[in-house]
Write a protein that binds this ligand. Structure first.
Ligand code: SAH
Length: 207
């Protein structure tokens, strides 16, 4: 087994303390995080911590990606909207769970979107759709989504994202201006959100 593979499988094992969903752990064990992070950060790719990815942005720690995937309760075929592609790692983990052709991701910085598209292609997740633009507007062409999540913190779930999520679907995001909380919300038939607070978190802010 190559050293990267060994490190990755050890990381996935360690996450078992925090994440019970075996499909999520298998996804973490599959996605080559070292190919998504900048070259000079590669040595730390399988440490469970956030890493800088350029343009002042950060890739979340693996445990946070895993916790979010578990909270989203993803199944094969689910249509998923991600806001904040960054380097594309989180999108690849989601793609492992739902199928790459079902993942739509919007990134504010065109340079990050371009790089993420390239990395997703070479790592075998080329069917993930990435566009640059303001994620607050969502991606209406592919709506409705079963699951919508943000990898950057917003004051509140942006209205267009709620609109583009189906009734009975789930939204997940770090919410709050200063102190952020990870909020999971199920969209009810009347359009209102049934929220559960999953604790304090720290993400880069939505632009
Ligand atoms: N999921 C990413 C982590 C990205 S960090 C990964 O695995 O690498 C959050 C990302 O959200 C950053 O890339 C940032 O540029 C992006 N972002 C911030 N505001 C945004 C907005 N309004 N629309 C889309 N993306 C946004």
């Amino acid at each position: 087994m190559a050293d990267w593979d060994r490190q990755r499988s050890r990381l996935s094992d360690r996450l078992r303390e925090r994440v019970a969903d075996e499909d999520v752990l298998a996804a973490i064990a599959s996605v080559p995080r070292h190919l998504f992070v900048p070259d000079d950060k590669r040595h730390a790719a399988y440490a469970d911590r956030p890493l800088p990815i350029g343009s002042g942005q950060t890739i979340s720690a693996p445990h946070m990606v895993a916790i979010m995937a578990e909270l989203l309760d993803l199944s094969p075929g689910d249509q998923v909207l991600e806001i904040g592609t960054g380097c594309g790692y989180h999108a690849a983990v989601t793609a492992e769970l739902v199928g790459p052709e079902n993942v739509y991701s919007v990134e504010y910085h065109a340079s990050l979107a371009d790089e993420a598209r390239d990395t997703l292609e070479v790592t075998g997740y080329g069917d993930v759709s990435v566009r640059d633009g303001d994620g607050k507007q969502g991606w209406s062409e592919h709506a409705p989504y079963d699951r919508t999540y943000l990898t950057c913190a917003a004051p509140e779930f942006p209205g267009p994202l709620v609109d583009q999520t189906r009734d009975g679907g789930v939204l997940l995001a770090p919410l709050g201006d200063g102190q952020q909380r990870l909020i999971r919300a199920e969209k009810q038939a009347d359009g209102t959100l049934n929220r559960v607070d999953h604790g304090g978190v720290r993400f880069v802010p939505l632009q």
